[in-house]
Design a protein around this ligand. Sequence first.
Ligand code: E4P
Length: 227
Amino acid sequence: MRLFLDTANPDQIRTAASWGILDGVTTNPTLMAREGREPRELVREIARWVSGPISVETTSLDAEGMIQEAREFVGWAPNVVVKVPMTPEGLRAVVALRGEGIRTNVTLVFTPVQALLAAKAGATFVSPFVGRLDDIGHVGMDTVRQAVEILRRYGFPTQVLAASLRHPLHVLEAARAGADIATMPFATMEQLFRHPLTDQGLERFLADWRRLQAELSSRTAAPAGGS
Ligand code: E4P
């Protein structure tokens, strides 16, 4: 299972890349706006830290506009993937971009049949949003589970990218559901490392080690022996 960061913040991306477990990045217009920088320069900087897919989202509403944006985006860095919304125009763009060899990520997917449509259009990735469904009282992970089931049953090569994950339990459930990729905020990725027993265990091991060192050096300083 691959782990992506859902951010456009280069510092967070650089830090996660240094951990050796970062497989890619997803962005969206909200995350880009948070950085307040020129998108092309920002994406180029992100591409310095991550060689895996970097999703950059189109903002046109018609397929022609999306296709034009896509052609521009892929010139920014070789690993850019073009994110398009789950609309009829979005899927028209996916079909055309596939013909040009441009990878796509269909976003704002909330039902398994939307995922099926994206797969039929030839999307490289499909992004079911988990947290936003949970927010309105639906079990968001059901969409991931059913999308994985359907796409595997029919042998679609489209990869399921579990998105809108908000905490480690979402990541665990996405892994158990068979999602190909989980994308998450930096804080969630950091949380994946943590367990209080890991911290306590480490503290205890280090304290015991220090005690041993102190004991050994006191023995060297005052050797036992006679007059
Ligand atoms: C995915 O590609 C989206 O950028 C993201 O996961 C949305 O997450 P949110 O619902 O927490 O904003």
